[in-house]
Write a protein that binds this ligand. Structure first.
Ligand code: NDP
Length: 253
């Protein structure tokens, strides 16, 4: 296709799972991708597998590091696509959930999105065709047990998406959220391990338990999320703004 030729796309958490699949998808459409994350070695290894991609180390909880990383990313031209994908999850019953853990999740999943979006605000307000894509979750649209902190963070991401899309509606930049159910990645592996640990279930039973949250009874593949991100970046998608697009095989949880 090539309609993103010459555009710079930053994908946080771009070295693994959903982020890496999105980078591949945007690169296939011509974008120059910058993969950000904490693990530089992994990012560099993966960047070699994506056309025209490069890796920049960045911890989204560190404001100064975010500023410096985006300055570096801007080296080849203004950033016109930002995919806020970096995220973390854990689980605990609410009565055992510590404030530290609650804040740790918000720092990456919410304030991290705030920091990275701030870093591209000037690029986006003047872009010919700008896109901010926030990876929220079905947990941003509905509740589930043992993930109060994660649900709070992913609901907040949708709130930011809606507010900023309204604020920037007169620019050429759209702001949308993608809300997947369980996707087959390392993060879902973590949930599978927890179920096995806490309940003694087999791996197959644990996967089936997660799949129950999806009316189609399966886990999503990373390419399904990447496809929506690619579609949102298409010039003909410019009317889609402020949306939280659920991707969970039907009604959620
Ligand atoms: P992964 O664990 O593979 O990806 C998480 C990514 O975030 C990693 O690349 C990690 O890179 C990066 N990251 C974590 N903390 C930081 C940080 N402080 N600074 C910078 N980067 C960070 O899982 P997924 O691909 O599944 O997750 C991607 C997104 O999708 C997350 O926001 C998640 O909440 C969301 N999501 C996932 C679902 C699933 O079932 N898998 C379902 C719905 C939403 P590094 O370690 O190098 O920093």
């Amino acid at each position: 296709m090539g309609h993103l030729k010459g555009q710079t796309a930053v994908i946080t958490g771009g070295g693994t799972g959903i982020g890496l699949a999105i980078a591949r998808r945007l690169a296939a459409d011509g974008a120059n991708c910058v993969l950000m994350g904490r693990n530089l070695e992994r990012l560099e290894t993966q960047a070699k597998t994506v056309e025209r991609a490069r890796a920049i180390q960045c911890d989204v909880t560190d404001s100064a590091a975010v500023e410096a990383a985006f300055e570096d990313a801007r080296r080849d031209g203004p950033i016109s696509i930002l995919v806020n994908n970096a995220g973390i999850a854990s689980s605990a019953p609410f009565h055992r959930m510590g404030e530290d853990e609650f804040l740790r999740i918000q720092d990456v999943n919410v304030t991290g999105v705030f920091r990275c979006t701030k870093a591209v605000a000037n690029d986006m307000r003047t872009a010919e065709s700008g896109r901010v894509i926030n990876i929220s979750s079905i947990a941003g649209l509905s509740g589930g047990p043992y993930i109060t902190h994660y649900c709070a963070s992913k609901h907040a991401v949708i709130g930011m998406t809606r507010a900023l899309s309204a604020e920037w509606a007169k620019t050429n930049t759209t702001v949308n959220a993608i809300c997947p159910g369980y996707v087959r990645t390392e993060m879902a592996e973590g949930a599978i391990r927890t179920i096995i640990e806490k309940t003694g279930a087999t791996r197959e039973q644990a996967i089936a338990e997660l799949a129950k949250n999806n009316p189609q009874g399966r886990l999503l593949e990373v390419e399904e999320v990447a496809e929506i991100a690619g579609w949102l970046c298409h010039p003909d998608s410019r009317s889609i703004n402020g949306q939280a697009i659920a991707l969970n095989g039907g009604h959620s949880m």
